[in-house]
Design a binder for this molecule. Structure first.
Ligand SMILES: Nc1ncnc2c1ncn2[C@@H]1O[C@H](COP(=O)(O)OP(=O)(O)OP(=O)(O)O)[C@@H](O)[C@H]1O
Ligand SMILES: [Mg+2]
Length: 202
């Protein structure tokens, strides 16, 4: 009998080894390529109709070899949308959302050195008010399956969204696309993944 792993190696590849492999590939991209592709990806996200129509946007501040989101954050504020950014709550082991108005002043260096909203300057917000999420992640597949960094923070947060209203979109480099992300019951599928080459699903 042909096992699942022979037909489709990524379907049974352990999440941790998949994470490691894709992160290595992303880290290996030359910085100029990452920049050029990153600008293209952000342009693609910004030109989405669902982004244009959205009023409350949840995004993140890219770190390490992740897609740089600075331009997306600036643009979102400049065109008058409400911008929310997440902050790790160590007690509840989940993400709290805060309204950010001034990127230069409202952020502090938080967990893992990632820039997070300063709770003394920003009001809290609710995932149920969000209509567009730029979701971070490590690996994605053509069915919009998603593998994160392994904390389950986004799966937990997005489980509480208003499904009819919230569009979930990831911007990622083509090297982050894999044959199949192993998806468990708690893993949330996205609506769209945009890379520098194309969008998924086609
Ligand atoms: N909604 C949820 N309910 C219960 N457990 C959850 C939920 N979301 C995640 N978890 C738990 O969190 C852990 C990590 O999940 P997983 O490997 O899917 O993280 P991830 O998708 O890589 O991370 P993230 O969502 O932060 O990007 C798992 O042990 C999983 O059982
Ligand atoms: Mg997950």
């Amino acid at each position: 009998m042909v096992s699942d792993s022979e037909v489709n190696p990524a379907s049974t590849e352990d999440k941790n080894s998949l994470r490691k492999r894709v992160l290595e590939q992303r880290d290996d991209m030359p910085p100029e390529t990452r920049n050029t592709f990153g600008q293209e990806i952000i342009r693609n996200v910004i030109s989405l109709e669902t982004y244009g129509e959205s009023k409350v946007v949840l995004a993140y501040v890219g770190f390490g070899s992740e897609l740089r989101t600075d331009e997306f954050l600036r643009r979102t504020l400049n065109i008058g949308k409400r911008l929310l950014l997440p902050r790790v709550n160590r007690k509840t082991k989940s993400l709290d959302l805060y309204k950010v108005k001034d990127l230069a002043r409202d952020l502090t260096s938080g967990t893992w050195g990632i820039k997070e909203p300063d709770p003394s300057r920003c009001g809290q917000a609710d995932i149920r008010d969000v209509d567009f999420v730029l979701v971070p992640g490590v690996a994605f597949d053509s069915r919009c399956g998603r593998l994160g960094y392994g904390a389950g923070f986004y799966d937990g947060l997005l489980a509480n969204r208003r499904i009819s209203q919230t569009r979930l979109v990831a911007g990622a480099f083509e090297v982050q696309m894999v044959e199949r992300v192993p998806m468990l019951a708690h893993d949330v599928y996205l609506d769209l993944v945009l890379t520098e080459k194309r969008h998924y699903p086609a």
